[in-house]
Design a protein around this ligand. Sequence first.
Ligand code: NG1
Ligand code: MG
Length: 484
Amino acid sequence: MPSNTSPPTYALNTLPNQPRYTHLTSAFTSQYGSPPEFYVRAPGRVNLIGEHVDYAGFGVLPMAIERDVIVAVGRVPKKGVQNLALTCSNTDPRYPHVEYNMTDSGAIVEKNGHDWSTYFVCGYKGAYQKAGLKNPIGLNIMVTGNVPPSAGVSSSSALVVSAVLTTLYAHGVELSKKDVTMAAIEGERYAGVQCGGMDQAISVMAEHGPCLIHFYPTLRVEAVVFGLVQDPPVFVIANTLVVSDKALTAPTHYNLRVVETRLAAAVLSRFVGAKREGMTLREVQELVFGDLQGREDVGLTEMIEMVDKALKKEPWTREDVAKALDMSVQDLEKKYIGSIVIHAATFELYKRAKHVYSEALRVFQFRDTCTQSPPSLQKLGALMNASQASCRDLYDCSCPELDELTALALRAGAYGSRLTGAGWGGCTVSLVPETGVSEFINVLKQEYYYKRWPEWRGDPDADENLGDVVFASKPGSGAAIVIP
Ligand code: NG1
Ligand code: MG
């Protein structure tokens, strides 16, 4: 049984017999003149339930998918006066070739702006710092991936995790899975999003199937094994094709939510008489209920009730929050916003806290329902639907297309359907009886995709591309280094 303290498994001498590896190898060889020394793969993920609760300290329940990012790697040790470089290429011509110079201390000389390779640089930096590397090596990399980008299925974290493992292995260093995950989380934050740790944790530590990821008292993955059921369900991912670039919208979307949950936690902790600053919503729960000893569901119902008593429902101005915390607006900004860029006149403390505590509770209810024999698929579906309603009404992270596609999924026979990932666009996930999957996908094509893009109807190329847009996803396994 792999544990968080062991390094990711090295799949020695087993280059997967897949055309993608063959294609990647020849692209690498023609670009760099010799074959790659090793490969790293890291999967994307679908979050089944537990949205926007990871950065508040609560557990989440994602599953790695089979789609992944694969990086082929060659090392370029420094010779004489020649400069060290990180050279990034991609088999997909949409992602241009980028070359970064490196200093002798291993720092990457960054460029202005943001492109696909930024995420590799983020992972490199995360690994470099976490492992305290000192003798840098230049790297030639060629990347290929089939995780849909900007869609809420974590193509970004798959690349960051691959970059962390690439950097560590290239420098001859092994870290535990937990440290690899932390390096990836800290690294991905360089891209400008104050992310939680769900995506990196599942990509590194996935067991085969859904996992409950706990962040407290320490990062830990609990495999959630489905109870026996006659007609097993599958999770179907469907992309709205609304692109949501989290790095661009962070000041009004993702990072603003991070700040709002921190402010809500601060006001709640005052409400219960604590004077500590900078708590997460989960830490406030622990303050009220004592050491939860791994039972994070204890007291969540009471916390939901407390939100009603402690937080006014209307939006809060900076002055409102500062007054509740007995500090100046300047201090508030310094302590709770700091260098995070946000654009907001007011904050929604009530709605965000209400979402987080109720969503955190649904995660445990979902896990407990999954493991019953037989699990109630109706109940799992109802929890997913409640999550979608909460994301839409309390967290304001849905969008009209996500609302439409989730409603359509229910009419097409799903037990439940919700947005997955940060939201504001991207993918939905639906729980569908396995026997009804192809009909389900067909209804989505007819009622969503062909209605918006009528020219796709009857076009075999478009139909093939739709295989990347709406698909049933089997569970994937965690990241690995592949040595040919
Ligand atoms: P996406 O947008 O799917 O990458 C993000 C965060 C997660 C989590 C979810 C919302 C990153 C890398 N990931 O996911 O940590 O907070 O939103 O549940 O930013
Ligand atoms: Mg992402």
